[in-house]
Design a protein around this ligand. Sequence first.
Ligand code: NAD
Ligand code: TYD
Length: 351
Amino acid sequence: MTRHILLTGGCGFIGSNFVRFVLRERPGYRVTNLDALTYSGNPENLADIEADSALRDRYRFVKGDIRDADLVQKLMGECNALVHMAAESHVDRSILDARPFVETNVLGTQTLLDGIRRLKHAGKLAGDFRGVHVSTDEVYGSLPLDRPELKFTEETPICGNSPYAASKAASDLLVQAYHHTFGLPLCITRCSNNFGPYQFPEKVIPLFVTNLIEGRKVPLYGDGLNVRDWLHVEDHCEAVLTVLEKGVPGEVYNIGGNNERNNKELTHSILKAMGKPPEMIQPVTDRLGHDRRYAIDPRKLETKLGWRPTRSAWPQALEATVRWYVENPQWWQRVKSGAYRQYYEQQYGRR
Ligand code: NAD
Ligand code: TYD
């Protein structure tokens, strides 16, 4: 079966890796990327795809907002699959101002779902339509450090602690409601922390690596003992595609790397990969409400759909990611300086 995927948020970190992954792995597929180009949306992430004449027929970028009901409905009517990644995604920003998180993650997701519902009602939704809502392990809340046997399963109750996590949890509930009430064939994926190329340098790994290249210290929150489960972004992309192609509508699938590290361990691994001394660590005040530990039980996806991570093994995968930032200073320097914000107008003119 061929697919024309409407991807939301394709100019972000995971979205841009997903475009590249799908075009490479599924020669029959096409992708329409709907992205509003917020601060974390960077069309330079896909400059190589846009410049590739062999791929141009299979990829289209549309600048637009998932809260634009008419646009969403028009684009959805041209596609037969949805991968919904557009979101406000950074916990620290949600602590400073939760409103954009509610506007995009909650209201935006509801607008998207309503567009699909209307198309279905009008008999204009593709008969073979399938969709995936890309969510996060953060909707499950926090696990204690002294119970290493505990992991999040798909049955773990929702308990989003940060405004970001709460807004993603709300979007998950809306997706489930539209499946239950209107029969929309949608799955939800909940993934652990991603790492890899093109991650906006506000998230811990690219922030620390680029700070160190610039000779600056790295701000480690609190006691540094908070644990995250790290998965390479391409493993995440493969898992999302697997769920799109083989998932049972209405089901939730956890995605994780069985790769738990605390932040101190992560920071020392980055320092080692870059040949930097421990004195470059700057302990700073802890994040408000900082979740202690995330850990995913990915067995449902592994046993039911046959997915397994193959690109996430440490330290090699982390070292390769560090190398990518070291070897691509033009990418992150343009992000940190804000120059990437001009790229769209230079390429497409003012719209
Ligand atoms: P990102 O911040 O790098 O990218 C988000 C993209 O969405 C940007 O391109 C932005 O322009 C776009 N966007 C934001 N608001 C929009 C709107 N209203 N309309 C259209 N486009 C809009 O985020 P990311 O890290 O790539 O995360 C992608 C998705 O994966 C998110 O839904 C996030 O919750 C989820 N997720 C991320 C991680 C992670 O570790 N980064 C882990 C699990 C799940
Ligand atoms: P982050 O990359 O923001 O992802 P998330 O909050 O979604 O897990 O942070 C990962 C971990 O790193 C988290 O425990 C907070 C910590 N952290 C720091 O110690 N210093 C920093 O400057 C940042 C951004 C994060």
